[in-house]
Design a binder for this molecule. Structure first.
Ligand code: CA
Ligand code: CA
Length: 202
């Protein structure tokens, strides 16, 4: 008899829990804040970076191109690119475990890209990798400088890229400037005000 009561009580609690789940919002896990997302420390604190071994202008934090506060990322987006040495990046690991929807919001510019000598495209992308780095889980080109052309890009304030498809796990958010060739024309690029947001919240 006691066992029967326990079973009935258990089923009632189960149905109550299921009812709650379908009619009430599930408590959300707050989005993590990026460390130093606006680079206002004046350096790359909180970020992992890589530059070409011989960049046109070194990857740095400085006032040029800053859109939030007084500091942002600047790179020549050119140099001795080639196989094995073609990536300039700024990346940070965040844990999105338990989070179903997330987007990266940021400001960027490629004021000019004079790749008239290039045969290959130079590309600025947002790439999502597993935390610690690895094979990309997601990649979206933000601006392409077609080889053989002069292009202008941005400035864009508050670009938003939805990364919900790769949420729910620890990830690496990487801004990648891909330079596949060796000094094929000058360029410059800027990044600032990187924030993680919930794309479902207006
Ligand atoms: Ca800033
Ligand atoms: Ca902004």
């Amino acid at each position: 008899m006691l066992r029967m009561i326990q079973m009935v009580a258990g089923m009632a609690m189960l149905s109550l829990a299921m009812g709650c789940g379908s009619s009430s919002p599930i408590p959300g896990v707050p989005l993590p804040s990026l460390v130093n997302g606006s680079f206002e420390t004046g350096d790359f604190t909180g970020w992992v970076t890589q530059d070409l071994t011989d960049p046109l202008a070194p990857l740095a934090v400085g006032p040029s191109g800053a859109t939030d506060g007084v500091s942002g990322v600047q790179t020549g987006f050119d140099g001795n690119g080639g196989p094995g040495n073609d990536s300039i990046f700024v990346a940070q690991d965040v844990d999105l475990t338990g989070i179903a929807s997330a987007a990266v919001r940021f400001d960027w510019a490629v004021p000019f890209c004079d790749v008239d000598l290039a045969g290959l495209d130079r590309v600025f992308s947002l790439v999502i990798e597993p935390a610690g780095g690895g094979t990309p889980l997601f990649s979206q080109a933000i601006h392409t400088c077609p080889g053989g052309a002069f292009t202008l890009g941005g400035p864009v304030d508050n670009a938003v890229i939805d990364i919900s498809s790769v949420a729910g796990q620890p990830i690496r958010i990487k801004f990648l400037w891909f330079v596949p060739e060796d000094f094929t024309g000058p360029a410059e690029a800027f990044l600032d005000d990187v924030v993680l947001i919930d794309p479902l919240v207006p």
